[in-house]
Design a protein around this ligand. Structure first.
Ligand code: MN
Length: 237
């Protein structure tokens, strides 16, 4: 059994009770790839999450609200929202541990941003106002999450190129923030046509990849299934 830890968000249920949750699409994508999903609640303290971590074979850092901009010296912006200090406090050290111990990890959306920030990079706190010539990247909330918003060009010779087997993908886009300065230990693996980094990877790491789009909503596309499969395979090895 290949145990894949999945990070979660905190919110309110329809009857207004506090919940720890994650979108089922992440869970189904891991199951489809042969992994066993294990949710990681943000309520764990460091001793707790480290014990859970030790039993996991890989970690999926999922999408969610924005990272507290103070952590990376980000520009304040009125659109910064859904902050969750408890989640930042768990995910950032967890990402660093996963990197230090070379445990396979996959980041999605916020997960890519956590990867970059935890390793010393910075973010645009609102792409539209801070990146000249930006395309529309915030195709939410009232748009189907599998809407193909823009293409990405995968870098030749990258691990991603090897996994996807195609240089051009059509992806969804559910983010208003993005990578500004790339962390020194990461390499850009795919770009949107406006130059925004849409995927990163960590050279030398067994499996350290992150994407800005949401492949868990696009598992009808073979390259997206290949990404989850490669991740679970790396975790199983
Ligand atoms: Mn995008």
């Amino acid at each position: 059994m290949t145990l894949i830890g999945i990070t979660t968000y905190d919110g309110l249920s329809e009857i207004k009770t506090p919940i720890a949750a994650v979108g089922q699409h992440y869970i189904r994508a891991i199951l489809q790839a042969g992994g066993t999903p294990v949710l990681i609640p943000n309520q764990l303290d460091e001793v707790g999450w480290r014990e859970v971590y030790a039993r996991l074979d890989g970690i999926l850092f999922t999408g969610g609200g924005d990272i507290e901009p103070g952590i990376f010296g980000g520009e304040p912006h009125p659109r910064v929202g859904e902050l969750d200090p408890e989640r930042d406090t768990l995910e950032i050290p967890l990402l660093r541990l996963v990197v230090a111990q070379e445990k396979p990890f996959l980041g999605i959306c916020r997960g890519l941003q956590v990867t970059n920030v935890a390793l010393g990079g910075t973010l645009y706190t609102h792409i539209e106002d801070q990146h000249p010539g930006a395309l529309k990247h915030d195709w939410y909330p009232d748009i189907p999450r599998d809407t193909l918003a823009h293409p990405v060009r995968v870098e030749e010779g990258s691990r991603m190129a090897e996994i996807f087997g195609e240089p051009l993908l059509q992806v969804n886009s559910l983010h208003h923030q993005g990578i500004k300065d790339l962390a020194p230990s990461l390499k850009a693996a795919a770009y949107a046509p406006d130059g925004i980094i849409e995927a990163v990877e960590m050279p030398g790491h067994r499996f350290g990849l992150a994407v800005q789009w949401h492949p868990e909503w696009l598992t009808d596309q073979e390259p997206m299934r290949k990404l989850f499969h490669a991740f679970v395979q790396a975790a199983a090895a």
